[in-house]
Design a protein around this ligand. Sequence first.
Ligand code: 4SX
Ligand code: FE2
Length: 335
Amino acid sequence: MNAAANAPDVIRSAYAQLVVTDLAAARWFWVDMLGFHLQYEAPGILCLRGSDELTHHSLVLRLGDRPALDHLAYRVRTPDDVDRAEKFFTDLGRPVRRVRRGEGTPGVGDAVRVVDPLGFPVEFFYDIDHAERLIQRYDLRHGAEIARLDHFNICTPDIPAAYAHYKSLGFGCSETIEGDEHELYAAWMYRKQTVHDVAFTGGAGPRLHHLGVATHESHQVLRAADLFGSLRKEHHIERGPGRHGVSNAFYLYLRDPDGHRVEIYTSDYYTGDPDHETYRWNVKDDRRRDFWGNAVIESWYKEATPVLGLDGTPQPIADSLLDESAVQVGADGLG
Ligand code: 4SX
Ligand code: FE2
């Protein structure tokens, strides 16, 4: 997928930094239950990674007053692509801040942080510390045995604008959910050769809908659900386990102690061919979000995490025009 000539060459969704209000509770959820490995710890901050990840972190938990998304981060191909990102967003008239090693997130070198046209705080970096290979440290695996970060899912009121922005960054589109007149309700877009690095859920935004984290196998998704049940912590389970229509992945959505949503996700498919075609679902097809036709709970459509600007204050939230949860599924005989 060719990006605009001036766009940075994005490799993949790389990490997210969340603000949490209780680090011990967050550590229980993400490390003990999900099975993330603790890579780095300092007062007020934890850096975590999955067992297949060879870079310093894919999730950063920072202590703060109110739950929020601090920023999403994409890795780019070369140091020059960080400069390219700075120019790309400066030319769009967006807020941009250069962050040198030591000023930003532990383990990350020279980076640029922007507020993108959708209102999200996003970092682009090349340089990051490497970490010990844990791929065959089966002895260290526990909980849901998370292997890696897979994707970001963001709520935005204007899906066509989100699609156009990520298209201009060179992202391909694997799947969409569309109305009868091809109104876009949702889209899944990628740089790495999977179904997505980022997806858009129609709704008030900018807000973070969820982080998608991958396991190798579906039994690890089921085990996560069983672990929460056994500990009488079943209220952390929001949706699933189930099989998605979009992506075909096996899934489970959980809410962390601050309400941040995470999806445990496995077995989507390869999208790396240059002529890979977008698969389009009709919004009235009740298999689109759950292949077995199970209904999606209202909180999943409506609740999400607020996001911060570059100065750390919450970004204003705009309401959405289209509401997928209000669509009458099966009304035209589909599903
Ligand atoms: O609910 S969907 O089946 O549309 C879906 C949601 C597919 C893939 C995802 O990662 C997701 O969060
Ligand atoms: Fe997802």
